[in-house]
Design a protein. Sequence first.
Length: 158
Amino acid sequence: MIVMAVVGLLSAIALLQYQLHTLRAQVSTQITDAQRPLLNAISEYLNRYGALPSAGFSGLCKIGFLQDSGIEHTTSYLNTDYIEPISLNGQLITLTFSSNQPLSTQTVPYRGSSDNHGASYRCLESSSIPKDICLASPFLHSSILCSPAFKNPNQSTV
């Protein structure tokens, strides 16, 4: 009888840990999928102009980061299955989980900074995702490397 109680207790703990790890994996995957096209465009902009885009999606139009129809991206065009909308406001990227997900309407804000070696986007403390999920996610901090040889010499770096 005691053996059954111990097995039941261990099973309950294992199930909770499994659910937490599954949620962490889902968060990491969805954040990565949502960020990838935007960070690639920002990387190209940084390599070309030597600074982060200050005008949001309209600034990325200069490098051809457009919708299939040829117009600039909007916050809803880059949505994934789990994240909507994705906003870019100067150096701030904000990802919001969709309402039909376990992290419904939770946000992950990133602040960008750049130097002569590239740029990085760091998850801000104001993220509404619980810390036990965020801390285990290596994708909450993204770096964009930039080769100074490709920078526009007429553009000052930030």
